[in-house]
Design a protein around this ligand. Structure first.
Ligand SMILES: Nc1nc2c(c(=O)[nH]1)N[C@H]1C(S)=C(S)[C@@H](COP(=O)(O)OP(=O)(O)OC[C@H]3O[C@@H](n4cnc5c(=O)[nH]c(N)nc54)[C@H](O)[C@@H]3O)O[C@H]1N2
Ligand SMILES: Nc1nc2c(c(=O)[nH]1)N[C@H]1C(S)=C(S)[C@@H](COP(=O)(O)OP(=O)(O)OC[C@H]3O[C@@H](n4cnc5c(=O)[nH]c(N)nc54)[C@H](O)[C@@H]3O)O[C@H]1N2
Ligand SMILES: [Mo]
Length: 759
């Protein structure tokens, strides 16, 4: 049997600090993986489960969205993927007895770590109005309750249907179909907090909101820029691709306020050589100031334009629009001001330029360090300008590479989980199902919180995720959620969102990726799309945590029948019996999925079309790739304040906390730490080991406070600080969002540090 979950809570948060490491993966990673996995799953289940991760006949890793190579290793997973699997395949159980022993008020005092460690939820649970705890409920009754509340709404737009990014293509397609048949586009998703800025910027400039490179391209690149991303922790299998590229002669530039261990050196556990020495990855480290990336790329672009013969003139003439305006803006860029925004020295930028000019094939990879700023969209558009100047889109070894987070977040969007769907998508949906989808836009994540806060939305339904844990302005968001009539969570594990509820609440336990899914039509599989537009099947093989679990497609199908009744002509029952019938419909609605069932049956799946990558075809308003000339922006930093980024430790998956260590950064046994440059800390009178409250300052004058963080002197860029999310979400103001994408600006929060007595 697996070890018992921790008994007491609050879990002691007492961080121990050592020097940060300079290499990622290798032997300690393997030991760490097996220990965590066996604690949750026991020895036999660990072996059975981990050998199926990312195999062609197995299940897609529920960790990140990084693609698999065509030729698989026996162990095709990383340390953090294994932790994600162990968390799901755990033998620990949360039964109705647990809920009887823990009233909601008690759950609300527990840490996210403690809640997650209790295990898999085994039965549908209902919190009646006025009750103090959840009680077991039948599925039938649960669907009746949802139907009651949804049908009582004044308008379908008073309901919100959130999706986290683990949901399969099949479940996502059904959920958006149900929402639109019901009458709303209120389909916010985790993407709104994640790569929405990438989608906005790419759609405008290259006509499609997805990355344009394959793994093969990475292997062939001359230069790879990794900006605002920590792959050693969040996409460990990417390090293998970077190592391969380097072996073939590529150079790597890392742009980051932090020196991240995984980018410095990688000890590949798949090769004997790698285990011992490892390979250095980064050739040039640009220690940028938070939010300084647009300025950096603008300066590089200015230098490229000013260098004879550096611009790919044929490409610019044949495939782009707006070069002259952009070139004028770049030439005008003021060196002093723009350089100050980067926090870099000019010599560093010139070093980078030399590498850029020496490269015929350049790729830029990025993640949350670029997307979660007020000026995230113009920043990513500047990255596109940078690639367009030298024709680095639509040829081998070159392109844009936004590295996605959740394992199927890209697929969910492809399936229509979007509050602002394209009219062509709705036309196809309406034609296929004989319905009339609403055409007005729905609520994204931030707008949903505002609507709940203001009483405009009354029913909140979440397909996975941990909405109140993951979203900004925790106090505001929790108060908003408590105003709802009904909150519903389709979940595998307990989290904060189950403890902060509307007047009535439901927890609907569901199958995870690793679980076997058998329906009336036999054993089912689902499909997912990775970060590079590859679609493939995922088949779980474990006996589900309890016989009461329903799959996500089954839950949506039954919800739709309960709410829409016989008036709906959609064959919901057939969809539940046989997911192949869902894929038939997808193949007729979503471009690129023609003949879906046949093509996904092939081992390894298939690649979706991508105009810029396949044929330099740009479906933008001008029919060409667009240069854009936005003014350079950067976060303002008042005297005596720091810019705080809220990021992930090595032992967490978003709001799921696996443990209290952040090994590569030298932190153990606690999460309430704030990393500050030693010179800044000294100027603020904060010794290493001192404790401070983080106080966020925003123009609304409201003081947002996160108390009791241990100050760690750490080599981050000057003026910048870092602390873990979700503990710091309380500091991110709800309306501090990116222009255009409305993504919370959780990587540049202005804070002051107030020394507090030792915790
Ligand atoms: N193990 C594990 N894997 C995960 C996740 C997880 O929580 N745990 N989460 C998944 C999800 S949903 C996502 S979206 C991804 C997230 O993957 P990442 O984006 O790598 O995650 P963060 O921890 O937010 O790290 C942001 C990185 O950007 C840097 N950064 C911050 N601000 C700036 C800036 O202004 N400029 C630059 N150049 N750099 C900056 C930070 O120092 C850090 O290295 O990972 C996915 N994979
Ligand atoms: N301050 C700050 N805030 C952030 C970020 C940041 O960097 N800083 N990052 C943002 C980003 S990039 C993202 S993607 C969001 C993440 O936001 P979410 O996706 O909402 O959050 P997660 O923590 O990934 O959700 C975890 C929960 O999902 C449920 N779950 C797990 N697997 C399954 C499954 O297979 N099916 C179902 N139905 N449920 C499942 C479990 O109950 C688990 O508790 O957070 C965002 N919030
Ligand atoms: Mo994400």
């Amino acid at each position: 049997m697996a070890a018992k979950p921790p008994a007491g809570d609050p879990v002691q948060d007492a961080p121990q600090v050592a020097a940060p490491q300079h290499a990622a993966a290798g032997l300690p990673a393997i030991g760490h993986t097996l220990k965590m996995a066996q604690q949750q799953m026991g020895v036999r289940r660990t072996a059975r489960t981990l050998l199926k991760v990312n195999q062609k006949d197995g299940f897609d890793c529920p960790g990140c969205a990084w693609p698999e190579e065509d030729k698989r290793h026996t162990a095709e997973f990383c340390e953090n993927g294994a932790k994600a699997v162990a968390e799901e395949a755990t033998l620990r159980r949360v039964t109705p007895d647990f809920f009887a022993a823990h009233p909601v008020a008690d759950l609300a005092t527990r840490s996210g770590y403690w809640l997650g460690q209790q295990g898999r939820i085994t039965q549908p649970m209902y919190l009646a109005e006025g009750a103090d705890r959840y009680d077991a409920v039948t599925w039938e009754r649960a669907f009746e309750i949802m139907a009651e509340e949804l049908k009582a709404l004044g308008s379908p737009d008073e309901a919100v249907f959130y999706t986290s990014g683990r949901t399969s293509n099949e479940a996502a397609f059904l959920l958006q179909l149900f929402a639109r048949e019901f009458g709303t586009n209120n389909l916010p998703d985790c993407s709104n907090m994640c790569h929405e800025s990438s989608g906005s910027a790419l759609t405008q400039t290259i006509g499609i909101g997805k990355g344009s490179v394959s793994l093969e391209d990475l292997h062939q690149a001359d230069l790879i820029v990794v900006a605002g991303q920590n792959p050693g922790t969040n996409h460990p299998r990417m390090l293998t691709a970077l190592e391969k590229a380097k072996a073939a002669g590529a150079k790597i530039i890392s742009v980051n306020p932090l020196p991240e261990a995984g980018l410095e050196r990688f000890k590949n556990p798949q090769t004997p050589q790698g285990m011992i020495k490892g390979s250095a990855l980064t050739d040039l480290f640009l220690q940028i100031r938070l939010g300084g990336d647009q300025a950096l790329f603008r300066l590089l672009n200015k230098l490229i334009i000013e260098t004879d013969g550096a611009v790919d003139e044929d490409f610019v003439r044949d495939h782009t629009h707006g070069f002259d305006d952009f070139a004028a803006a770049a030439r005008d860029a003021d060196w002093d001001e723009t350089l100050a925004a980067t926090g870099l020295e000019r010599a560093r930028i010139e070093q980078a330029l030399a590498m850029v000019l020496a490269s015929k094939r350049t790729i830029v990879c990025w993640a949350m360090g670029l997307t979660q700023h007020k000026h995230a969209v113009p920043t990513i558009r500047e990255v596109v300008n940078f690639l367009l100047l030298r024709g680095n889109i639509g040829r081998p070894g070159a392109g844009v590479c936004p590295v996605r987070g959740h394992s199927n977040v890209q697929g969910d969007r492809t399936m229509g989980i979007f509050e602002r769907p394209a009219p062509a998508f709705l036309d196809a949906l309406d034609k296929e199902f004989g319905i009339t989808s609403p055409r007005h836009h729905g609520f994204d994540v931030v707008r949903s919180i505002q609507a709940l806060r203001d009483g405009e939305a009354k029913v909140f339904f979440a397909m996975g995720g941990n909405f109140v844990g993951a979203t900004p302005d925790t106090d505001v968001t929790e108060a908003a959620m408590r105003r709802a009539r009904l909150t519903v969570h389709v979940s595998t594990k307990l989290n904060r969102s189950h403890a902060v509820t509307g007047a009535r609440a439901l927890i609907l336990p569901t199958l995870g990726r690793s679980d076997k899914d058998v329906q009336a039509g036999g054993k089912q599989f689902v499909t997912v799309e990775d970060s590079m537009g590859m679609v493939h099947a995922s088949r779980g093989n474990l006996t589900p945590a309890s016989p009461h679990l329903l799959s996500e497609p089954a839950i949506v199908a039954r919800l739709a029948r309960a709410v829409l009744g016989p008036a709906s002509a959609t064959p919901w029952e057939d969809f539940e019996k046989d997911y192949g019938t869902i894929r038939d419909r997808i193949s007729r609605v979503v471009p690129g999925f023609e003949d879906f069932n046949a093509r996904v049956a092939r081992p390894g799946g298939f690649t979706l079309p991508h105009g810029p990558r396949d044929a330099r075809r740009f479906t933008t308003d001008t029919g060409k790739a667009n240069f854009t000339a936005a003014p350079v922006e950067y976060p303002a930093l008042p005297e005596g304040r720091l810019l705080l980024q809220t990021l992930r430790s090595h032992d967490q998956y978003n709001t799921t906390i696996y443990g209290l260590d952040d090994r590569y950064r030298g932190i153990r046994g606690g999460r309430r730490v704030v990393l500050v440059n030693p010179d800044d800390a000294r100027a603020l009178g904060l010794a290493d080991g001192a404790y401070a409250d983080l106080v966020s300052e925003w123009k609304d004058g409201v003081e947002r406070r996160a108390p009791g963080f241990r100050v760690v002197h750490y080599p981050t860029a000057r003026g910048c600080a870092a602390a873990y999310y979700p503990e710091t979400n309380v500091l991110v103001p709800l309306d501090a969002t990116a222009d255009t994408s409305n993504t919370p600006a959780s990587k540049s929060v202005v804070v002051r540090l107030e020394q507090s007595p030792t915790a």
